[in-house]
Design a protein. Sequence first.
Length: 267
Amino acid sequence: MPRRRIGFWYRFAAVICKPPLVVLLKRDWRGMEHIPAEGGFITVVNHNSHVDPFAYAHFQYNTGRVPRFLAKSGLFKKGFVGAAMRGTGQIPVYRESTDALSAFRAAIDAVERGECVAFYPEGTLTRDPDGWPMTGKTGAARVALRTKCPVIPVAQWGCNELLPPYAKKPNLFPRKTSRVLAGPPVDLSRFYDKDMTADVLKEATEVIMAAITRQLEEIRGEQAPETPYDPKRERIEQRRRTQAQAQARAQARTQQVQGKQAEGQGK
């Protein structure tokens, strides 16, 4: 299937966004040969800075296969932003859908038309204290198993040094390097003949996240933690710690009251 033309709106966005990126960031980009020249595919990308979607889009734009990002459907409705989102072919996600797969129908259609669809499978900026990828959500796996398209893992590092996660002010000096590494397609073939159950989606997502993490280990020259950071598990642990602290405070207050009562009775 032939690739889609980049088009006016994407070129217009590139004219606006590329100059500041070139000024702010040096580039160490590798693995462009793994980006398919033709046909639909998915890229799965780690997320550690509010700047990195622009740096990744710059990398992908330079391959000639521009990414179509998933974005909230409300952004497509009005004004210049809506026109730009529609014009650049970004993909609306209808969060009100009760069917998990139908929420990604537009992404499936885009892949089947021969597009590149970019997923941030973590769903948000990483909360791992050392910037490693967290556990992923299953959206990318759903689309990949439905379409059987290539899934290209992409790791990036450096934008987080320019603007750390959840920071409000950039660290401009010295000039940072945007390091992006695309890897070979993730092999998900063993899942193709299985029913798309929650367990299958979870396992396929773990395979995807492991591939991204291996790419990031190569960039950083470090080994990632054996167990990825899990926000859900951390919230549970935080609630347990909060409850334990509350119980300890209540017990301390009870002991304090009992001590005063005993002291009063002894007088």
